[in-house]
Design a protein around this ligand. Structure first.
Ligand SMILES: NC(=O)c1ccc[n+]([C@@H]2O[C@H](COP(=O)([O-])OP(=O)(O)OC[C@H]3O[C@@H](n4cnc5c(N)ncnc54)[C@H](OP(=O)(O)O)[C@@H]3O)[C@@H](O)[C@H]2O)c1
Length: 484
């Protein structure tokens, strides 16, 4: 990650404006060397509109012989934050950032390159400090009281704790102070800051990816019932979110403190790990403090996606929870098994291998607990139902609950594949289903876990209860009298 370094000349009374009126008596070789050394590590500059307008007027008219810094200032890549300027910008190598400033700047930090420098541009410095995007604040405090002029920090801002990383005194009496965001303070202080951050994050919005899907819908509903601000992540959301279009990610993350991360269609799909990693990096860069990932049991790719999210979270000091699930009960009424159930015949290559089906309501309860409560950070919750059932037994439960005759027909993987192909199932979904039944359903998941109890302090829901309630909604056709 590139660093953003804000460097400012300030007077004893905190003024940063018009340094040409008070700074030059203190400029000497010692200070010049420090400034040149910092420039050597910089390959981009960030500035606000006022600074841009002043400098775009000044630097192109300087003679490089007389003012050697002009070569650097004119040649360096410049990013200008302004809502009023318009492209194209006249000063060489200048790019305008007009909207989504924090996201855009977090994106710049993720690019490879040298440091990104800011000087002057006090309001930009203040807002980036608040968003946690500044890595170092370097102040050259001049021993002069200027009396009037704009202050680097004006009244009315938030309290932001920094730690002193270095201090030096020049022979002119200028004190050179280097501050960094709090990181290495003692544990109590750090804990307090983290709790504050977690509190702030809770006040911010929760983005629920797949927010209209099986689990995401339930997560969104639960958060809304608690009166918490929610943004439904959906391709038709406002703004939209699409895993296949990374340009939609930053707008969806704007103002978001926590994210429920659900990948579509499945974390086992090629490209999922990279997408989850990139998304998590963007999320932590834009101020997200809590990530909860929905994952799948027994899938190598899903476990790699978990690892990617954990690494990003740990590096950024952000809380994460993994919710790793067995197969969902709701595959039978909200997913690909609904149609065969309605048709009265379920033909699957599942053999006698049992699966500990888990209920979407239990999963959503765990995800919501992890999103809203303390004590779930760093946990991997492996969720199963309370009972192992073969596919045939599960279909039998549904048959019993509906009073309808639903046949289970064991087929080979090849037969299943050709039936799917004939039914024009898209190739990527077909290969995913054959992976599920041919690889994941080999007995590796045929065991129960205590994940629901560990996360919620209660037992998971049984498949028979799910089947009874789903049947009562009429989703599988009419329920025989007396079965409700
Ligand atoms: N099914 C299981 O038994 C099982 C078991 C363990 C783990 N999992 C995991 O569960 C996850 C899926 O969760 P789910 O079942 O709750 O979701 P889901 O019901 O399959 O669907 C989620 C939503 O994803 C959205 N979507 C479709 N294409 C998208 C795209 N390109 N970008 C963003 N969103 C897109 C759709 O909503 P919009 O049209 O509104 O965009 C859809 O409603 C997968 O990652 C899988 O690995 C599933």
């Amino acid at each position: 990650m590139r660093k953003i370094i804000a460097s400012e000349f300030v007077s004893l009374d905190g003024v940063f404006e018009a340094p040409d009126q008070w700074h030059f008596p203190y400029f000497d070789e010692e200070m010049g060397q420090e400034i040149m050394a910092a420039m050597g590590q910089t390959d981009a500059m960030l500035m606000g509109r006022v600074n841009y307008e002043e400098w775009a007027e000044f630097w192109p008219n300087q003679d490089p012989e007389e003012n050697p810094a002009s070569g650097f200032m004119n040649g360096v890549r410049k990013f200008v934050v302004s809502t009023t300027l318009e492209e194209p910008l006249g000063w060489d190598n200048s790019t305008l950032i007009k909207e989504n400033v924090a996201e855009e700047i977090a994106g710049l930090k993720r690019q490879t390159g040298g440091d990104i420098a800011i000087s002057g541009s006090a309001s930009l410095v203040r807002s980036l400090l608040k968003d946690g995007l500044i890595d170092e604040l370097r102040l050259m405090v001049h021993p002069v009281v200027v009396g009037s002029g704009k202050r680097l920090f004006e009244g009315g801002g938030d309290q932001i704790a920094l730690e002193l990383a270095d201090s030096r005194t020049f022979s002119t009496g200028v004190v050179y102070l280097t501050y960094r965001p709090v990181s290495g303070r003692d544990n109590d202080d750090q804990k307090e800051v983290q709790e504050m951050e977690a509190g702030n994050a809770r006040e911010r919005m929760t983005l629920v990816l797949g927010g209209r899907g099986k689990i995401g819908r339930r997560v969104s509903e639960r958060l809304e019932e608690r009166g918490l601000p929610v943004r439904v992540g959906s391709r038709s959301g406002e703004p939209p979110f699409d895993w296949e279009n990374p340009d939609t990610w930053a707008p969806a993350l704007h103002g978001v403190g926590s994210v429920y991360v659900s990948y579509f269609p499945d974390l086992a799909i090629p490209g999922a790990v990279e997408a989850v990693r990139s998304f998590a990096e963007l999320a932590v860069g834009t101020g997200v403090r809590r990530l909860v990932l929905l994952s799948g049991r027994g899938e190598e790719e899903a476990q790699r996606a978990e690892q990617a999210l954990r690494e990003v979270g740990d590096e950024a000091g952000v809380e994460w929870t993994i919710v790793r699930c067995a197969w969902f009960n709701q595959n039978f009424d909200e997913n690909y098994l609904l149609e065969p159930i309605l048709g009265g015949e379920v033909a699957l290559p599942s053999g006698d291998v049992p699966e500990p089906f888990v209920d979407a309501d239990d999963i959503a309860d765990v995800a919501v607990a992890a999103l809203t409560e303390d004590g779930h950070a760093g946990e991997l919750y492996e969720l199963t139902g309370p009972r192992l059932l073969t596919m045939e037994e599960a279909v039998g439960e549904i048959s019993k609950a509906t009073g309808r005759k639903i046949r289970f027909v064991p087929v080979s993987l090849e037969e299943y594949e050709s039936v799917l192909a004939e039914a024009d199932v898209p190739p990527e979904f077909l290969s995913f289903l054959t992976y599920l039944f041919g690889t994941v359903l080999d007995g590796r998941n045929a065991s129960l876990t205590d994940g629901v109890r560990r996360a919620l302090g209660r037992e998971p829901r049984d498949f028979a209860d799910y089947a009874r309630d789903a049947a009562a909604t009429g989703v599988w056709g009419s329920v025989r009298e007396g079965k409700r």
